[in-house]
Design a protein around this ligand. Structure first.
Ligand code: SF4
Length: 180
C-alpha cells in the first residue's frame, strides 16, 4: 500500500542550558541525551528551520534572562518561515506572557523541587489568562492526584512523566552555540 501522508518533521532547539535551577532529575544531564546534542550556529538557523514543519524551543529555560535574547530572535526566525512553534518552559519568568501571540503550543514543566503544586497552579492559571494556545502541563505524579488536578482547568492537557525515565522524543536536538 502506498501512503502519501506527510509526516510532520520536528526538531528541538535548545537555546542554552542555563535555567536557574539544578533539578537532580534533569534530562539534560543524562549522557545519552547529551550525546544527541548537535551544535547549531546562528548563521545556519534559517536553513535548519527550513527542513522542519515543527520547531520545539527548549533549554535550559528559554525565558531565563541568560537565554531570553536568544529565544526572541529564534522565535522570529521560526515564525517568519510560518512553522509551528512549541515552547517548553518552567514558567518561572514573568516575561513569558509576552510571547503568547507567537507561540502555537506550550509545554509547561512542573518542578516539584522548586515550587509547590499550589503555587505552580496559581502561576499556570495566571498564564492562562494571557490567552496562550495549546497548553500542556507536564507533571510527575504518583497515583493519587485527582484532587490536585482540580486546581487546573480541564482545558489544560496534563501529561505525566516518571522521574528518572526521561522521555525525549526521537527528534534531532540542536544546541545553539553562543555567539563569539
Ligand atoms: S528546570 Fe528543567 S532544565 Fe532546569 S535543571 Fe530543572 S529539569 Fe533541568
Amino acid at each position: 500500500m502506498h501512503h502519501n501522508v506527510h509526516v510532520k518533521k520536528a526538531a528541538r532547539i535548545l537555546v542554552g542550558l542555563e535555567c536557574g535551577y539544578s533539578c537532580s532529575y534533569c534530562c539534560n544531564k543524562l549522557p545519552e541525551v547529551k550525546a544527541r546534542f548537535k551544535k547549531l550556529k546562528w548563521k545556519d538557523i534559517p536553513a535548519t528551520i527550513a527542513q522542519y514543519d515543527i520547531i520545539n524551543i527548549s533549554g535550559g529555560e528559554p525565558l531565563h534572562p541568560r537565554n531570553y535574547l536568544t529565544t526572541l530572535p529564534l522565535i522570529h526566525a521560526v515564525k517568519s518561515q510560518h512553522k509551528k512553534l512549541f515552547v517548553y518552559t518552567n514558567l518561572s519568568h514573568p516575561d513569558v506572557e509576552y510571547l503568547c501571540p507567537f507561540v502555537d503550543g506550550w509545554n509547561i514543566g512542573y518542578h516539584p523541587s522548586q515550587t509547590t503544586w499550589l503555587d505552580f497552579c496559581k502561576r499556570v492559571n495566571y498564564f492562562l489568562q494571557q490567552d496562550p494556545k495549546g497548553v500542556r502541563v507536564q507533571v510527575e505524579f504518583g497515583q493519587e492526584w485527582q484532587i490536585e488536578k482540580m486546581l487546573l482547568p480541564n482545558t489544560v492537557t496534563i501529561k505525566t512523566w516518571i522521574r528518572n525515565q526521561c522521555f525525549v522524543p526521537n527528534e534531532t536536538i540542536y544546541l545553539l552555540e553562543e555567539e563569539e
